[in-house]
Design a protein around this ligand. Structure first.
Ligand code: PLP
Length: 497
């Protein structure tokens, strides 16, 4: 079988294998790695409907990560998708009314990032071995709340790795903060940053490209890598659940094999919905990809106008994992619709960093027809949580509620009756205060733990172990820094002077 190589969106001479792309995370030229073409793979859903999640994962990963052996990939998959998940289905599909929810919150941190981040450390350490990398890997990550915890769970005590997570001090939920600050593992470091997610993410990108810092690390036999959703080692494992879901829909007789579906994705960094786009490209019959945002609706405007403009107020919303104004993974889509032209990407990204905005060419816009985008306000999100519970007894977390609200608006506007899959990205217990208020606006509680109890009383939904454990664990991390001190903080943690 021929090798599938990866190239940078900002320099097409920069060609690497899958394992090299996974090790590097972000390309040295600042670009993102993309496969030079989508792999040719035959998806036979008559067969796949009987496959386990792990079996589907193998088919997809083998098609994209061609320099890994079968044995290596199967070991990664077995280490990732096991009893850490509360259901052997890993990503179960629940049909509620006429919609099907793809539940991606049954992993150790009860949010969808577990699906990719439980496998990434194994892919990365395997990739290091394959490339004879002796250096210790230092994972540097900015998080809007969920990535950081899920990455630390994945990397905790993995030999020859360290992980440093930066989160916006006032931009994550109490539960998310507690999850991070109680993180186990001798190689995990958590830092609260005085700034928002975009500030933290931009700084992390800058540190990656800081040649002086790289040199200093190297002199200590260390090198950076990234667990952010820009790493191709996260993107491809996310393609798996779209394939698996389609197979489950066929199996459950919700659709006929070959019938199209639509998918609504609550979107922040554009990783999850891009994975759906890849799934479509390799043959999953997806018609519309519906991009749902909260009031940080920069993507809604982008799809409506072709102008991406981050010069706007930043809102801290009830769906904080989507509080993002720079959706990094969009660069991969721009590269594709721009005909793999690195100059175009260089220009657009330079404009984004200089003026905070860019316009795409009309011929690029024409290629966005499979996308529909809209956003939901705070009130709409709450109403949706209340309504879905009243009608069907199904409890939505605020991110999933944003998706449901946008999905309903899409159907109303277009009359499209195509089977809808709504991607459910977090457990309601990750955001209990929002959920409790949405269900009863007079609700009050003393502590985060009381909010959890309240949601249980309101809904009778069982509390996941990840949440019940949280209040027994000691706080282990207390670091706080300003944005401009992040570099020094990294050096202090790694003991570089
Ligand atoms: C990260 C996250 C999102 C956004 O996903 P992207 O891949 O960044 O678009 C949505 N919901 C939840 C709960 C998340 O943690």
């Amino acid at each position: 079988m021929s090798q599938l190589l990866y190239k940078s969106t900002r320099n097409d001479k920069n060609l690497v294998t899958a394992s090299q792309a996974i090790l590097q995370g972000l390309a040295e030229d600042g670009g993102l790695y993309v496969p030079v073409k989508q792999p040719a793979i035959t998806l036979d859903f008559d067969v796949l409907q009987h496959a386990t999640y792990q079996e589907v994962a193998y088919e997809i990963l083998a098609a994209y990560y061609t320099d890994f052996t079968e044995e290596e990939l199967k070991a990664c998959i077995t280490n990732a998708y096991n009893e850490k998940f509360e259901t052997p289905l890993i990503a179960p599909l629940k049909t509620v009314g006429s919609d099907s929810y793809l539940e991606l919150f049954h992993g150790p941190t009860i949010a969808f990032k577990d699906l990719a981040l439980s496998i990434l450390p194994h892919l990365m350490t395997t990739a290091a071995k394959k490339n004879a990398v002796e250096n210790e890997l230092v994972i540097l990550t900015a998080t809007s709340g969920d990535t950081g915890k899920a990455a630390m769970e994945g990397f905790a005590d993995v030999p020859r790795t360290k992980i440093i997570v930066f989160y916006p001090k006032d931009g994550v939920s109490k539960i998310q903060e507690r999850q991070m600050r109680t993180q186990r593992g001798d190689n995990t470091y958590v830092v609260a940053v005085e700034g928002n997610f975009d500030d933290a993410q931009s700084k992390v990108k800058e540190l990656f490209n800081d040649q002086q810092l790289r040199k200093e690390l190297l002199s200590q036999n260390k090198q950076f890598s990234s667990a952010n959703s820009i790493n191709i080692g996260r993107l491809i494992p996310q393609v798996v659940y779209y394939v698996y879901t389609y197979a489950q829909l066929v199996k459950q007789d919700e659709i006929k094999n070959g019938e199209s579906i639509n998918v609504t994705v609550p979107t922040g960094n554009f990783g999850n919905i891009l994975a759906a786009h890849y799934a479509k490209a390799i043959g999953v019959p997806i018609n519309k990809l519906i991009c749902a945002s909260n009031t940080n609706n920069v993507l809604t405007d982008f799809f409506a106008t072709g102008t991406y403009d981050r010069n706007r107020p930043f809102f801290v919303t009830s769906s904080p994992s989507m509080d993002i104004l720079i959706s990094s993974n969009l660069e991969r889509l721009l590269f594709e619709i721009g005909g793999d032209n690195v100059q175009t990407i260089q220009q657009l990204m330079a404009a984004l960093s200089d003026q905070g905005k860019y316009d795409i060419l009309p011929e690029m816009r024409e290629k966005l027809g499979e996308f529909y985008a809209d956003f939901a306000s705070f009130e709409q999100t709450n109403d949706t949580i209340a309504q879905e519970f009243d009608r069907h007894g199904y409890v939505l977390d605020p991110h999933t509620a944003v998706a449901k609200a946008v999905s309903d608006r899409y159907k109303e506007e277009t009359g499209d009756q195509t089977k809808m899959v709504i991607v459910s990205t977090a457990s309601p217990y990750k955001f209990p205060q929002v959920v409790a208020h949405a269900l009863d606006d007079t609700a009050t509680a003393e502590s985060e733990f009381d909010w959890i109890t309240l949601v249980f009383e309101q809904t009778n939904l069982s509390v996941p172990k990840a949440v019940s454990d949280l209040y027994r664990l000691p706080i282990r991390h207390e670091r706080e820094v300003a944005i401009q001190s992040m570099r020094d903080c990294v050096k202090e943690i790694l003991v570089i002077d």
